[in-house]
Every structure is written in structure tokens, then in C-alpha cells.
Design a protein around this ligand. Sequence first.
Ligand code: AMP
Length: 307
Amino acid sequence: MSLLVIGTVAFDAIETPFGKTDKIVGGAASYISLAASYFSKNINLVSVVGDDFSKDFLALLQTQGVNLEGLQIKKGEKSFFWAGKYHNDLNNRDTLDTQLNVLANFNPIVPELYQNCEFLMLGNLMPSLQLNVLAQLKKRPKLIVLDTMNFWMDIALDDLKKVIAQVDVLTINDSEARQLSGEYSLVKAAQKIIAMGPQTLIIKKGEHGALLFNKQEVFFAPALPLEEVFDPTGAGDSFAGGFIGYLAKTKDISADNMKRAIIYGSAMASFTVEKFGTERLIGLTQHDVENRVQQFLDLVQVDITLV
Ligand code: AMP
């Protein structure tokens, strides 16, 4: 089933307790597309880069089945740039720099070929651009998933709330859920956020897993205790890509299938953090993915007979 992805395609500079990179390829849509490409070969990307961006990476996306017709390459302009530094616990980070560059005047255009997509992943991007893309779609996709971050809550909350009102699933981390709702309790936060529009809220808690809330129930997916956690950048996006990619592959958006999808999302995120940037998401096999999912299942498998 076709999946439309929007979000940043960018350069990042990352500092973790284990090392430091200069400019490497990053961006929410890069991670989402790569992670989803292990589930669907019908991925359509809408984004923008400058002509400084890596041609090799774009070619790699194409070989993974990502259609780049909706990717604008701006002559003489610079790609979006983000720099971040992780604290020692790797669960928290500071943004050191955000340079919008090409994003500042980006006018997304959804190509005719992308119309009628059944799944839409609104990756992290200015909420006004997410609204712009939603307005261009002639038919509402079967499922719309939104990922965003505190940066947009700080500077574009009104627009962000308009996007949130139109989506089916929102994925944010625990501190963002608290910021958005004004509630410390994640249960109360979820109730308030679900009342803003989405039927499903996924709260990511880094190495502590992810919670899925809907009106009826709460489901928890652990994160895999990994020997090597190198760089958490893109974990949330890879999670989102695995989540929506699995739903698109299985063509089932029931609450039960979303529980399976968050295990697949968590598996893709667990790969990403093992190396810097997008490196670990390149060249995985189907066997690698299934093996990783099996490790998640083994982690929570237990026999209990209630008396
Ligand atoms: P994550 O670690 O999953 O939250 O995503 C990290 C990616 O998000 C990086 O590769 C950045 O390029 C990208 N990013 C950082 N800040 C923003 C922002 N304000 N808007 C869109 N993308 C961003």
C-alpha cells in the first residue's frame, strides 16, 4: 500500500558520550523512509534539500524503493541543519543549533502520482507545512500519523494543534506529552491529548520503551536492552517509519495490529541507535528485522497461570 512521507531531509552534527560527528545525513524523513522501506516498496517522499546534499544518499533512498519526485533540490541553497548533544544517560539531549536554510521558504508540492496514498506519515517539520500538505490531498488517507517535537510546541503551538486535530495517531516523547498537555501524569496527559483529535497516542520513552494509549486501553512495548547504544538520533523517526511501514504492509489499522506495529517500530529504533546517524538502517535483511522482533517477544514472554 502506498505511503506518503513528509519531513526533513537534512544534515546533522551529533555529539554523544561516545563520539562526535561533523555533518552527516539525517532528518526525520530520511530515517522514516529508510525504516519503512523494510516493509513497503511504495514510499513517496515530499521534502526539500539544498544542492549541497549527498547525492549518494538520495540514490540509496531510490534503491530502497523511495520515490523522490516530491523532493525539491534547491540550487545554490543549503540543506536544513541540526546539531545536538546528548547527556550521559542518552535519554536527554540539547539542541545546539537549528538552521532552517531551505526549509525557511519551502513550498511543498504533492505530485499527482502521490495522490490517493493510503498511509500518510507527517514526520517532524514545521506544522504550517504539515497543514499545507494535508490541504493538498484530494482524498483523506486511510491513516495519518504525526510525529513532532518540543521545538514546534515552543514556536508554533497554534498551527501544531490544528494538525493534531486532523490526525489518527500522534507520536511524541514523554516530556513533549507533558508539555503539550500541561499534565505530569502520562495517563492524564494521554486523556487530554486524545481529546485534541487523535484516537491513538504513542508516548516514546527512549530506553524505557513506548506506551500506546487509545480511549479503551493502554499497551506497553519495551525497548530492547542493548549492549551498544551509540547515538539515539533518529530513534523516534525510525520507530515511526517501522510503525507505519508495518501497518501499510499488513493493510490493517485495528488497535490490535497497532500493538504489533509498535513492536516493529521499536525494533527499527533499536537498530538505529547502534551506530551514528542512518548507518545501521542501511543494508538490513528481512531476517535481521524478524530476528530483532523475536528478541522483543522473548523479552516479555512469560508463563503465568492465575489462580
Ligand atoms: P529524533 O532523534 O527521532 O527526534 O530525530 C532526529 C532528527 O530530526 C535529526 O536527524 C534532525 O535532522 C531532525 N530534526 C531536528 N530538529 C528538527 C526540527 N525542528 N524539525 C524537523 N526535523 C528536525
